[in-house]
Design a protein around this ligand. Structure first.
Ligand code: LLP
Length: 425
């Protein structure tokens, strides 16, 4: 459930008509709902109840400082994949002791900074990374807390670009090799083994792959303990899907109940659990607001050309993702037609939606739903388009949490070549 609803035929974000936001900040713009973000975070937190747990929000899904700050206030930890994400978390008031660091290619400087601020855990993805982390920690005279990201080889049943837990994927350490890598980790002097981690993919709509992955981790866990390698926490990654269209992904409560039941069956009632949800917290807490520039009827297709494009929201172009597109004002007299909703970028692949039946006219506002995760964060300046502003609605209040990028910013940091030397005669 979210807080983008129609009231008397007009679309609102919480208590604010979206048309007012468009008027004030222009389009395209991203609009987030604070109440929805909080609700989604609490759904996880409440589902785990008194079971020891930490919800480490995956910063990559939406890294706006206001989003991070409000999750930090709710007690969230954070899953980061770069120094940039770490600095964002710190700037937003996040607690470094609740940060886990994922990613296949952490650089020395990134490891150093994370050790300096005292993060909770490095989710190590290869043998080579383990050696590097040991060396970096040694130079700083620290012990790095580590978890190995194990690739359990389960099929997440999702889009191939966002599936990560198969043998063929670049992520994690093959489950069959993990035991040996743990032995090595235990032996290295500047590492402290604390956890066991996996993340099998994103936008999962079934529980079974998560449970299969957990089963494989539990087998490994037992072997590790028999070897005297103590594991304090299990990190099950992110990946719970959201309803974009008619999917019915499990809700956090069902997910947590199934996991806790499985843990109890294995006598692990008190195992601390970490999660790294991104999409399921942020996606349906945001929309992309855009205005129709022109309606362009054609022989075979009709186009609604809007002012947002693939550079603002790339998911439809990149993954053929379907996101709902709604008129902001349904009280207007319009004729309905089937449109492809396309942007101004010079690419045939520049579309936000295809074959959408809409009653619209030029100048009308449209809301692209489920745009709060992997929306703004994946925006680019392609076609020299400034990135849109981000706005957070909180009840009746409206906060500009990132201003529209200025044109001059587009070429800031670039320079012309020095003047040509006059030609010698
Ligand atoms: N943890 C790790 C290690 C991850 O790689 C990811 C996502 C997450 C957590 C969060 O997963 P989530 O709960 O959001 O599913 N750009 C794509 C999604 C890429 C996901 C990458 N990793 C999209 O727009 O669908």
């Amino acid at each position: 459930m979210d807080h983008f609803d129609y009231r008397s035929g007009v679309l609102y974000a919480e208590d604010v008509p979206l048309a007012d936001i468009a008027e004030r900040f222009g389009t395209p713009c991203y609009v987030y709902s604070r109440a929805t973000l909080e609700r989604h975070f609490r759904a996880y937190d409440d589902a785990l109840g008194t079971h020891p747990h930490l919800i480490c929000y995956a910063v990559k899904a939406n890294s706006n400082l206001a989003v991070l700050g409000l999750l930090a206030r709710l007690g969230a930890g954070f899953d980061i994949v770069s120094r940039g994400e770490l600095e964002r978390v710190l700037a937003a008031g996040g607690d470094p002791a609740k940060v886990v660091f994922s990613g296949v290619a952490k650089q020395d400087a990134e490891m150093e900074r994370a050790l300096e601020v005292g993060i909770k855990c490095f989710n190590v993805e290869s043998r080579a990374e383990l050696e590097r982390l040991n060396a970096v920690a040694g130079r700083l005279d620290r012990k790095a807390p580590v978890s190995l990201r194990v690739n359990p080889d389960v099929d997440a049943g999702t889009h191939p670009y966002i599936s990560t837990g198969l043998k063929d994927n670049k992520f994690g350490i093959a489950v069959d090799d993990a035991f040996a890598v743990y032995q090595r980790a235990q032996f290295l002097p500047h590492l402290n083994v604390v956890g066991l981690d996996c993340h099998i993919g994103s936008q999962l709509t079934e529980l079974s792959p998560f449970l299969d992955a957990l089963d494989r981790l539990l087998v490994l866990l037992q072997r590790l303990e028999a070897e005297g390698i103590a594991i304090d926490h299990l990190d099950l990654g992110g990946g719970l899907g959201v309803p974009y269209r008619d999917e019915q992904p499990p809700v956090p409560f069902d997910y947590a109940s199934a996991l806790l039941e499985r843990l109890a069956e294995h006598g692990r009632h008190h195992m601390t659990l970490l999660f790294e949800p991104g999409r399921s917290i942020a996606a349906n807490a945001g929309i992309l607001l855009t205005r129709v520039e022109f309606l362009k009827p054609g022989e075979t297709r009709h186009f609604a050309i809007v002012d947002a494009a693939m550079n603002d929201l790339i998911r439809p172009s990149l993954y053929q993702a379907w996101q709902a597109i709604l008129p902001v004002d349904t009280t207007l007299e319009r004729e309905a037609e089937t449109y492809d909703i396309v942007g101004p970028v010079c690419e045939t692949g520049d579309f936000l939606g295809k074959d959408r039946h809409l009653a619209i006219a030029a100048n009308d506002l449209l809301a692209v739903r489920s745009a709060g995760a992997y929306g703004f964060v994946m925006a680019s300046n392609y076609n020299s388009r400034p990135r849109p502003p981000e706005i957070m609605v909180d009840g009746r209040q409206v906060h500009l949490v990132r201003q529209r990028e200025r044109l001059e910013t587009l070429w800031a940091g670039e320079s012309l070549l020095p003047p040509d030397e006059p030609e010698a005669y």
